[in-house]
Design a protein around this ligand. Sequence first.
Ligand SMILES: Nc1nc2c(ncn2[C@@H]2O[C@H](COP(=O)(O)OP(=O)(O)O)[C@@H](O)[C@H]2O)c(=O)[nH]1
Ligand SMILES: [Mg+2]
Length: 210
Amino acid sequence: MNSSSSNQSEFDYLFKLLLIGDSGVGKSSLLLSFTSNTFEDLSPTIGVDFKVKIVTVGGKKLKLAIWDTAGQERFRTLTSSYYRGAQGVIMVYDVTRRDTFTNLSDIWAKEIDLYSTNQDCIKMLVGNKVDKESERVVTKKEGIEFARKYGCLFLECSAKTRVNVEQCFEELVLKILDTPSLLAEGSAGTKKNIFNQKPPQADASAGSCC
Ligand SMILES: Nc1nc2c(ncn2[C@@H]2O[C@H](COP(=O)(O)OP(=O)(O)O)[C@@H](O)[C@H]2O)c(=O)[nH]1
Ligand SMILES: [Mg+2]
């Protein structure tokens, strides 16, 4: 019926991870680089709901459902369902465009706080396009300071050369595995919910009718 129902026994945990950040920073490229080991010059409008990748990290077999936007971030119209149930969020900026860095604190970090349903959701700040070193305007130090202030992990990477791409996902997932409250959410009982993305209506209506 859905992509999670057929092979639930083949992994220990299912995690929902999100990619957010301004249009053009390289979210879709990072996802493609991670899931298919290739880099293509993508049309800026390309996007998917999510891609799935099975990885083994810390001795656990994990099914990662990684959500990407379909370009709607340009209009700042990501909905709460995009964020719902995520155990990890990757906040991406382009090291050659300062506005994409400042928008993370001005806009995207606020959206995470507003919509995130997991209080302990792990955040990872990612400065992408380090292959364009000569065009860099955001320093590594600034990234480190942002990450310290917002309590997130931090890495610089390039979807083009694939430097640090796997590490971005791996470090995020290792931290999730280290956070017991997130493991409860990603374990057997709630696997389907992550894919179905249904709001918890059953509970809400039962509570409000009497
Ligand atoms: N040089 C370079 N270009 C990149 C990198 N990542 C993405 N791009 C390019 O930046 C543009 C926007 O990338 P895209 O993945 O569509 O960004 P999105 O809008 O955040 O999904 C595309 O032309 C990509 O080819 C990178 O690491 N290095
Ligand atoms: Mg995209």
